[in-house]
Design a protein around this ligand. Sequence first.
Ligand SMILES: Nc1ncnc2c1ncn2[C@@H]1O[C@H](COP(=O)(O)OP(=O)(O)OP(=O)(O)O)[C@@H](O)[C@H]1O
Ligand SMILES: [Mg+2]
Length: 252
Amino acid sequence: MATDIHGPVSTVEGPAATPAVRVEGLTRAFDGRPVIDRLDLTLRPGEFTALLGRSGCGKSTLLRVLAGLDRDISGTVLVPKRRAVAFQAPRLMPWKRVWRNVLLGLDGRPDRALAERALNEVGLGHRSGAWPKTLSGGEAQRASLARALVREPDLLLLDEPFGALDALTRIKAQRLVAELWQRRGCAVLLVTHDVDEALLLADRALVMRDGVIAYETPVGLDRPRAVGDPGFGPLRSRLLTELGVDEPAASS
Ligand SMILES: Nc1ncnc2c1ncn2[C@@H]1O[C@H](COP(=O)(O)OP(=O)(O)OP(=O)(O)O)[C@@H](O)[C@H]1O
Ligand SMILES: [Mg+2]
């Protein structure tokens, strides 16, 4: 059953066999220049997909379309009704306490307990009543994840959510997302610049180039994964090549 929500982006709910996302012939142009150019993409329910690509290739543009934030498109876009997005910058409203930020934009009159359940899931239950400016970068990012989770999404869209975090916090945040994904079972589309991050987390890695998904590979490595696992290196080399990055020659 598909529900039209104005314009060409439609939401779809159906049996598990139907894809979580189906995009066909998607085009988005800015000032007559197509950034997305007849792009096709299918995501399966529960699948974790990483989207890589050089800066400016259109990754965020694609995510915004899937999130329903940009309707100025042509082509077919079918997405689940329940979807949520978290951006690189946590985008918390400074004048609302953390729990109110988590509930922002939800229909009805959701109560604080709902926000706190999501905050507990990301290990932030104790900061529920805090002001956003008192959170660390990693905590703010987790609050942003809680805001996505409270929507119980079938599709979670993450646009470089760990980009601004220090290395250690980033590893913790990656583990958290892996745990949440396994617990929730939603489809995830993660935009990242980090090939290792893609290979640690995803079932499939996509490379966007020239307005389309130019390359994709399954990531069939056992979980939990670590950089340096057997099979990691060749996948990394191939993805770097697809991204136009030459690896330094191995030192002897
Ligand atoms: N609202 C807009 N108006 C005009 N051009 C835009 C707009 N939004 C994006 N663009 C252009 O579309 C192209 C793709 O932008 P997008 O933000 O999707 O890239 P990206 O792949 O997410 O890059 P990055 O990795 O740097 O985040 C860029 O050239 C950008 O300047
Ligand atoms: Mg971007």
